[in-house]
Design a protein around this ligand. Structure first.
Ligand SMILES: O=C(O)c1ccc[n+]([C@@H]2O[C@H](COP(=O)([O-])O)[C@@H](O)[C@H]2O)c1
Ligand SMILES: Cc1cc2nc[nH]c2cc1C
Length: 367
């Protein structure tokens, strides 16, 4: 069996009994019921994922930054030159990027994976060279990847997740680097949710109003080129029918990026290992749509670290039914939003594990 099929077969839903035990313990802990809000629900989900209450503390934690380039860059969708992708890879390896600073703050490791970078300057030690091809093709002209390339990149993500868990990590965090990848993200979100290109295309690294109109048009053209235009959304709904969900890998190959494919695989790999995976911004959100279309139960392992300012990210999270933990108007990528959310995920488990119950502490319950 292929690594992808083996991984899909290993993914099963959360353990309802462990989740019920966590819910019951939350009600008996020395605090008013419900007073930890979203963190209570999170601890219940993590108990269900682990199949035991309390679940293991999500540490040590590892960020994997998947890097790739994009043929659609040729269409003028971003102000940044393509070679910045490879230059930032070198910066991650030298420890000089924001994700490195944030990861040091929370005690997470950073693994950098070249899954599709076009050109790399001489880079420091430690790069995982898993390059499938030197950037995708232009999605407005032809499919960005072949089906085989998309599957190979998914399997890179699965293998990285598996190896990080084998090395002892108990929380995985997604990171990405790829100039022009917010265009591919917007196309994936539209294809998998049925939302209009205008509702999911954003400024990315920062484009002016005219470039944003052009970028939106590029997304619309790519969707039309690949038969991925959904029906108009019903009144009151942001999304309509989602033509991309019928064949998720074909859709990913048509308009996605190599780092999107790898991140989808990383989410699947984490779910198969029953280890939580904290999602970063719109690149991770759009990749999680691919993973969820392949194996809906993988979402039991997924935690939305934050909500980025890209409009497509909110649409993706709503479709996935995930509540972001942090909302700080970030739009950097690299894994930065996921890393900032890590202490919250850890705190939710620590509370469930360590807080006394009314009974054990001799605290009187409410009347
Ligand atoms: O994480 C996000 O939501 C996010 C939002 C805007 C930009 N980015 C990052 O910026 C790069 C892509 O932006 P762009 O404008 O070139 O498409 C890529 O390296 C992403 O990591 C990331
Ligand atoms: C400098 C820079 C850093 C980044 N980190 C993630 N995406 C990025 C895009 C740019 C342009």
């Amino acid at each position: 069996m292929s690594l992808l099929n083996e991984t899909l077969a290993a993914i099963s839903p959360a353990d309802a009994e462990a989740a019920a035990q966590a819910r019951d313990r939350q009600a008996r802990m020395t605090k008013p019921a419900g007073s930890l809000g979203v963190l209570e629900d999170l601890s219940v989900r993590l108990a269900g994922l682990a199949g035991v209450c309390p679940p293991p503390l999500p540490e040590p934690a590892a960020v994997a930054v998947f890097a790739g380039d994009h043929g659609v860059h040729a269409q003028g969708v971003t102000p940044w030159p393509q070679e910045v992708t490879g230059q930032m890879v070198a910066n991650f390896l030298a420890g000089g990027a924001v994700v490195n600073a944030f990861a040091t703050q929370v005690g997470a490791s950073v693994t950098v994976v070249d899954v599709g970078v076009g050109t790399l300057p001489p880079a420091g030690d430690g790069l995982l060279d898993r390059n499938i091809r030197r950037g995708t093709r232009d999605m407005t002209v032809e499919p960005a990847m072949t089906r085989d390339e998309a599957v190979a990149a998914i399997e890179v993500g699965i293998a990285v997740a598996r190896d990080l868990v084998a090395a002892g990590n108990r929380a995985l965090l997604t990171g990405d680097m790829g100039i022009a990848n917010t265009t591919a993200s917007a196309a994936l979100v539209a294809a998998f949710t049925g939302a209009d290109a205008g509702a999911v295309t954003g400024a990315g690294t920062g484009v002016d109003a005219e470039t944003l109109r052009h970028k939106t048009d590029i997304v619309r053209r790519a969707l039309a080129r690949h038969g991925l235009v959904g029906d108009a959304p019903a009144a009151g709904s942001a999304t309509g029918t989602a033509p991309g969900a019928a064949d998720p890998i074909e859709t990913l190959a048509a308009v996605g990026g190599l780092e999107h494919a790898a991140i989808a695989g990383f989410v699947l790999g984490a779910a198969a290992e029953r280890v939580p995976v904290i999602l970063d911004g719109v690149i991770a959100g759009s990749s999680a749509l691919v993973a969820a279309a392949l194996a809906p139960a993988c979402l039991d392992a997924a935690v939305a670290g934050h909500r980025s300012t890209e409009p497509g990210h909110g649409v993706a999270l709503a479709h996935l039914g995930l509540t972001p933990l942090v909302d700080l108007s970030l739009r950097l990528g690299e894994g930065t939003g996921a890393v900032l959310a890590l202490p919250l995920v850890q705190a939710s488990v620590r509370a469930l594990r360590d807080v006394a119950t009314f009974d054990s502490a001799g605290v009187t319950e409410k009347q």
